[in-house]
Design a protein around this ligand. Structure first.
Ligand code: UFG
Length: 388
């Protein structure tokens, strides 16, 4: 069977897309260097889908290794998620961003050209629209001024793809402009896992709710353009976004060639305040917050016109703001608590037969007992099942 190569396939959007590709019966090969993800994601993908994925731990800047992947597999299409995405970091280290994102894409495209693979989906971003009009973004609008090197890399790669298609119109290219992806797979096994202090709203809310950060700053509550004065964004559930890629691939399968641009968003902006309130309500958990100064470079309102994707791909985002908030928190509960925080606890419980109640009670009082308790019960259930 012809295969889909997914670069950055263990990352946040990549891993959800791989799950949907496998569910749709596609054969998938991932390349990733775990620069912003963890190897255990591969195991989780298998747990969710029951299917295997061929994996290469390589950096897509390494031309020789990328070529080897094309040499060893019959690749038919490529989805490129690999790339750095932290806006603030890109301002401090522009070369790192231009090198990784732009050079990486060029190496990938050159390799595709060499092996005559011409079906390509690129993860772009709404950031390429810049500040235009009232914040509603339509694909017919020109790319705007980007405000940071990360955004500029997206804009540059879009331009490179256009030029490439002009030079050789046998390419079959899709540019997908994502709005604000949030949420996680409903299993709670994969989701967004930012390292350190996150920049984006949802991971920040998750860390505050999980008491890793004391409070959320809402940047600006005096924007005239919105009802409650906080910024508005087009938050989209990551599973809806992932399904958008499947629809896109189906369209490319039907087309012989072309270059296609689509917004992937819900078309419904929600404010930061609405997002925080919904998270608190749906999950029945406290998220302490305060209003702070506006953040430099923030646009008051940014949302998609999703009409083109609906008409041409038959794709519509169906998951609600409540789903996004519930699934994000579910990932913290099911994923992080058990797998990271209780890692030592799990290791200790491998010898649970020797385990002494006194040790356990000590742990209860040293750490947050509920994590260890949940962890212990699961581990015990698994061991008992095995020994039967
Ligand atoms: N916000 C807060 N507090 C925080 C973090 C964010 O109030 O701690 C606010 C921001 O000020 C903004 C909104 O939440 O008003 C959304 O901010 P994010 O950082 O989550 O997202 P952005 O809309 O700024 O940017 C995101 C991605 C970019 C992408 C862009 C496309 O981070 O990569 O969407 O629209 F380019």
């Amino acid at each position: 069977m012809k295969k889909v190569l997914v670069t950055g396939g263990t990352g946040y959007i990549g891993s959800h897309t791989v799950v949907e590709l496998l569910n749709a019966g596609r054969e998938v090969i991932i390349i990733d260097n775990f620069s912003n993800s963890k190897p255990e994601v591969l195991e989780k993908i298998k747990q969710i889908t029951g299917k295997d994925v061929k994996f290469y731990n390589i950096d897509y800047l390494n031309r020789e290794e990328v070529e080897k992947v094309f040499e060893e597999n019959e690749i038919e299409s490529v989805i490129n998620f690999a790339g750095y995405k932290a806006v603030g970091e890109s301002v401090k280290e522009p070369l790192k961003y231009y090198h990784n994102n732009v050079s990486g894409a060029i190496i990938l495209l050159e390799t595709m050209q060499k092996y005559n693979v011409k079906k390509f989906i690129f993860s772009s971003s709404a950031t390429v629209y810049g500040a235009q009009g009232n914040g509603k973004c339509v694909e017919t609008m020109k790319r705007g001024e980007t405000t940071n090197p990360y955004g500029t890399t997206k804009s540059m790669i879009e331009k490179i793809l256009e030029d490439m298609y002009l030079a050789d119109n046998s390419w079959n290219i899709a540019i997908l402009r994502y709005f604000n992806p949030v949420g996680a797979h409903e299993s709670g096994l994969i989701g967004e896992d930012p390292q350190g202090i996150p920049n984006n709203l949802m991971p920040f809310i998750m860390k505050v709710a999980n008491k890793e950060i004391p409070q959320l700053n809402i940047f600006g509550n005096d924007y005239k353009e919105t009802e409650d004065g906080t910024c508005a964004r087009d938050f989209i559930h990551v599973v809806d976004l992932a399904i958008g890629h499947i629809k896109m691939l189906e369209k490319l399968d039907k087309e012989n060639s072309g270059i296609f641009v689509y917004n992937l968003g819900t078309g419904k902006p929600y404010t930061v305040q609405q997002m925080v309130d919904t998270f608190i309500k749906v999950n029945n958990i406290d998220v302490p917050y305060k209003y702070a100064e506006r953040r430099d470079g923030d646009l008051p309102v940014l949302y998609s016109d999703p009409t083109k994707a609906k008409q041409e791909l038959g794709w519509v985002a169906t998951r609600t703001l409540e789903d996004m908030c519930r699934d994000s928190w579910n990932y913290v509960l099911k994923g992080k608590w058990v797998n990271e925080k209780c890692f030592n606890c799990i290791k200790r419980l491998k010898n649970w037969r020797d385990w002494k109640i006194s040790n356990y009670i000590n742990q209860i009082f040293k750490r947050k007992w509920i994590w260890h308790y949940t962890c212990f019960r699961r581990k015990r259930r698994r061991i008992i099942k095995k020994s039967r």
